[in-house]
Design a protein around this ligand. Structure first.
Ligand code: GLU
Length: 482
């Protein structure tokens, strides 16, 4: 069975690139009928950021991506948090020492620094020099034993063969060959007893029976080391797939300078999770060339790791904006109304009936790009008109208009609640215009002004239907009699 994992480090707010890694793992697992687990890689105490794990969990929940195992929002935490598994990594480092594929080293930070300086001066690439530094090999068995027993600071390093080659294979990148002499003797266990990313990651992928490692391209340089580490344990390797970098429109690695990179920024700006998920899915993968809107179910059925591109994917915010509009028109209005709720509160509209909010969403959704814009665009639907557009009034409010509006209100009042519907309102307005010998447009401008205060909005009669009979008539009369 296919088993994949998303293994974020809680070092900051969830990045859109990480959302894509998590999503691809999820799509692949669902497509293959396998499992997608969440593993928080939190053994690096220095880079740990408070609240980052919570943010990861919340953003995936918001995006509609559910993991099969691992911690859950609001529930008890699952077993997959590396900081709770450090004993396992220590045991495994010990196991490598016994196999002779890892070794102890006792160098101080200063000694390592001097080594790097020497290498720099000699113009050679920085790499741990096993033959000259203080380790198990240079110190000999007796001295090593003595240092270990006396509690001297030590690390455990991977023993990388000095000769030969390491071959790696990647679903996206194909085969690569690395000369072993270029690969560093990676520290596996630090002097504080914590594992490095490399050790914990490989031990867990093995113990958790991960079949495919799907992650960002920034991990590609670690791949030869990881392959050697699998060999050092005598374990079979999973398959690897490294996803292309996310690029700015200038084709540079996407960074904060290019705009928002945290998923929560997009949430706060009012993007729909469906749109963001669809958008990030296409950063490196194209199911078919003829369209771009793919709901989650369709992406699951079409997902194919073999079709993931090598080339960097450009993060085009314009496309995301467009996609948001597409989803806005497609999603059920009740859902959109629920998404609008926090923005309603921000705008000070509390306690609005959800069914009414959904009607307003339906009314204006063709005219806006973001759900968050609705409380501003259609504020008059949730409370009294705050400002009347004076310029619009000057243009469309004539000396005779007030009388026409009051008469219109009387005519409209003949429609009872049950008949207060778009078509009937339309009929009354047109009949009134006809009796005055003017076009209906001449009435609609001042009506819009009286009822909404604005010059643009959804259809006037639809707006009145949603706003309701009493409120519409009250506003028509109030403005005419102001
Ligand atoms: N913890 C690593 C990260 O934050 C995981 C990389 C991997 O998937 O192996 O990206």
């Amino acid at each position: 069975m296919v088993r994949v994992r998303f293994a974020p480090s809680p070092t900051g707010m969830l990045h859109v690139g990480s959302l894509r890694s998590g999503l691809y793992n999820y799509l692949f697992a669902r497509h293959m009928g396998g499992a997608c687990i969440l593993r928080i890689e939190d053994t690096d105490q220095v880079r740990f950021v408070e609240g980052a794990e919570q943010n990861i969990l919340e953003m995936f929940a918001w995006a509609g991506i559910e993991f099969d195992e691992g911690p859950h929002v609001g529930g008890a935490y699952g077993p997959y948090r590396q900081s709770e598994r450090t004993a396992i990594y220590r045991e495994h480092a010990q196991f490598l020492i016994e196999r002779g594929t890892a070794y102890y080293a006792f160098d101080t930070a200063e000694e390592l620094e001097r080594m790097r300086e020497r290498q720099q001066q000699a113009g050679i690439a920085p790499k741990y020099d096993r033959s000259s530094m203080r380790n198990q090999f240079t110190l000999g068995e007796e001295e090593t034993k003595r240092l270990l027993e006396s509690g001297t600071d030590r690390v455990i390093r991977l023993f990388v063969p000095l000769t030969g080659e390491t071959r790696t294979s990647d679903i996206v990148r194909g085969e690569s060959v690395f000369a072993n002499r270029t690969i560093d003797d990676q520290i596996l266990l630090k002097s504080d007893g914590f594992p490095t990313y490399h050790l914990a990651n490989i031990v867990d992928d093995h113990l958790m029976e991960i079949t495919h490692v799907i992650r960002g391209e920034e991990w590609l340089p670690s791949l030869p080391k990881h392959v050697i580490l699998y060999d050092a344990f005598g374990w079979d390797r999973p398959q690897f797939a490294h996803l292309p970098l996310l690029l700015s429109p200038e084709r540079k690695k996407l960074s904060k300078r290019d705009g928002d990179v945290a998923v929560s920024d997009y949430k706060e700006k009012g993007f729909l999770p469906e749109a963001l998920v669809n958008f990030v899915a296409l950063l490196g993968w194209n199911p078919t060339a003829d369209r771009e809107i793919f709901p989650m179910e369709e992406m699951i059925s079409m997902f194919d790791l073999a079709k993931v591109n090598k080339a960097g994917a450009i993060f085009d915010i314009e496309k995301l904006n467009w996609m948001n509009g597409m989803y806005l028109r497609e999603l059920p209005v009740e859902r959109l109304a629920a998404d609008m709720q926090p923005f309603m509160e921000q705008a000070g509209f509390n306690g609005v009936d959800p069914a009414y909010a959904a009607k307003v969403v339906n009314l204006v959704k063709e005219r806006i790009h973001f759900v968050k814009d609705i409380p501003l665009f259609a504020d008059y639907m949730f409370g009294p008109v705050k400002n009347f557009d004076e310029e619009y009034a000057a243009k469309h409010w004539k000396p005779e208009t007030a009388g026409q509006m009051l008469e219109l209100a009387d005519r409209l009042e003949t429609l009872d609640e049950a008949n207060w519907i778009t078509e009937k309102i339309d009929g009354v307005v047109r009949a009134h215009a006809e009796s005055l010998g003017i076009s209906a447009g001449k009435l609609i401008h001042p009506m819009r002004l009286s009822i909404t205060g604005k010059r643009v909005g959804a259809g006037m009669f639809e707006t009145m239907e949603v706003l309701g009979r009493t409120e519409s008539l009250t506003r028509l009369r109030a403005y005419a009699q102001r």
